[in-house]
Design a protein around this ligand. Structure first.
Ligand SMILES: *[C@@H]1O[C@H](CO)[C@@H](O)[C@H](O)[C@H]1NC(C)=O
Ligand SMILES: *[C@@H]1O[C@H](CO)[C@@H](O)[C@H](O)[C@H]1NC(C)=O
Ligand SMILES: *[C@@H]1O[C@H](CO)[C@@H](O)[C@H](O)[C@H]1NC(C)=O
Length: 306
C-alpha cells in the first residue's frame, strides 16, 4: 500500500511538474513553483513571460534574433542534423553506374564538367574538369524532413514513430531498426525522421528509400500501382505528405568550398569599389567647379583692379 501511495505521489508530482510549460511560446524556459517562464534575449537577460497571453511581438523578435545569432533553429525541430550535412541542390543528371548499380564516384553528366558524388549520387564536391579525383564515400545517415497534409484530428506524436517505421518497411522494405528517431512539430506539421545505419554497413543502401520516397511525395510513385500513395497510419487515421527535404550525411565530410560566399564577397567588393569611384568623381567635379569659380572670381578682381 505504501509503495502504491509513493508511486501515486511520484506520478502526481510528475504530472504537476510537466504542467509547467508555456503554451504561447515554445522557446520559453519554465521552472519552479509557482511556475515561471522566461524568454532568452541575450546571454544575460531573460524576460519573464505571461504565458496565458500571446507574447508581445517585440519580445518574439528579440528572441528570434538571439536564436539566429546562437545558430539555434527558429523552428523547434529539423534543419541540418550535423554541420557537414547537405542537400541536393543540383537535381537530376545522367549518371555513370558501376556494374552492381552503384554510382561511380565521379560524375560528368556527359559533359567536361565533373564532380564527386556520394553513394546516394548527390554531389559532395565542387565542380571541376575531367581530371577530378574522387573516392567512393558512403552516405550512412539521411534525415527526412516531411511536411504532412492537414488532418482533422491532431496526430499522436508517440504513435508517429511506429507509423513511420511500418510505412517505410511496407513500402521500401527498410528494416525498422534503421529508423532511429522521429520528431514532430504539430504547428509546422513537420515530421523529422532520422534514418541511420552503422558506418561499416555496406549492405543497406539508404539512398534507395530516400529516392523512392522523394518521388512518392513530390512527383508520382515509381511503383507499378502508382495510385497507392505514401501513407502513414497513426492511430486509426492516415496521413499523407505534401513536401519532403532530404539531408545527406556522409562518412567523410563533403569538400565543398565556400564558393557562394566568395561570390558574395566579390559582389561586395565590386559595389564598394563603385561607390568609392563615384565618390572620387564627385569630389573631382566639386574641386574643379570650385577652382573654376575661384579663377573666375580672380579674373573679375583683376578686371576691377585694372
Ligand atoms: C554559426 O554558424 C556559422 C556557419 O554555419 C559559423 O560560422 C558560426 O561561427 C556559428 N556561430 C556560433 C555562435 O556557433
Ligand atoms: C545534366 O544535363 C542535362 C541536359 O544535358 C541538364 O538538363 C541537367 O540539368 C544536367 N544536370 C546537372 C546536375 O548538371
Ligand atoms: C488507411 O489506409 C489503409 C491502407 O493504406 C486503409 O486500409 C485504411 O482503411 C485507411 N484508414 C483510414 C481511416 O482512412
Amino acid at each position: 500500500m505504501k509503495v502504491l501511495i509513493a508511486l501515486f505521489v511520484v506520478v502526481f508530482v510528475d504530472v504537476v511538474a510537466s504542467q509547467c510549460i508555456c503554451n504561447s511560446m515554445k522557446w520559453a524556459k519554465c521552472d519552479g513553483s509557482p511556475c515561471q517562464c522566461t524568454l532568452q534575449f541575450t546571454d544575460e537577460i531573460q524576460q519573464p513571460l505571461d504565458c496565458t497571453k500571446l507574447v508581445p511581438m517585440c519580445y518574439l523578435m528579440k528572441a528570434e534574433m538571439y536564436r539566429a545569432k546562437k545558430n539555434l533553429s527558429t523552428r523547434s525541430i529539423g534543419g541540418k542534423p550535423v554541420e557537414t550535412a547537405f542537400v541536393d541542390n543540383d537535381g537530376i543528371y545522367d549518371p555513370e553506374c558501376e556494374n552492381d548499380g552503384k554510382f561511380k564516384a565521379v560524375q560528368c553528366n556527359n559533359t567536361d564538367v565533373c564532380w564527386c558524388v556520394n553513394s546516394a549520387g548527390v554531389r559532395r564536391s565542387d565542380k571541376g574538369d575531367k581530371s577530378i579525383k574522387c573516392e567512393p564515400v558512403e552516405t550512412y545517415w539521411v534525415r527526412l524532413e516531411l511536411k504532412h497534409k492537414a488532418t482533422d484530428v491532431p496526430l499522436d506524436a508517440d504513435k508517429l514513430k511506429t507509423g513511420i517505421q511500418n510505412a517505410l518497411l511496407q513500402r521500401y522494405k527498410l528494416d525498422k531498426e534503421f529508423v532511429k528517431t522521429v520528431e514532430y512539430d504539430k504547428d509546422g506539421r513537420i515530421i523529422v525522421v532520422d534514418v541511420k545505419k552503422k558506418m561499416e554497413d555496406r549492405v543497406t543502401d539508404l539512398s534507395l528509400m530516400a529516392y523512392y520516397l522523394e518521388k512518392d511525395v513530390k512527383v508520382l510513385p515509381l511503383f507499378h500501382d502508382d495510385k497507392q500513395k505514401f501513407e502513414v497510419s497513426v492511430a486509426g487515421g492516415n496521413v499523407t505528405m505534401e513536401n519532403i527535404l532530404v539531408y545527406y550525411v556522409d562518412e567523410k565530410a563533403p569538400t565543398f568550398t565556400m564558393q557562394k560566399l566568395t561570390g558574395g564577397i566579390i559582389a561586395v567588393i565590386v559595389v564598394v569599389s563603385l561607390i568609392v569611384l563615384a565618390g572620387l568623381l564627385v569630389l573631382f567635379f566639386i574641386a574643379r567647379r570650385q577652382k573654376a569659380q575661384y579663377s573666375k572670381a580672380q579674373a573679375r578682381e583683376m578686371e576691377t583692379m585694372s
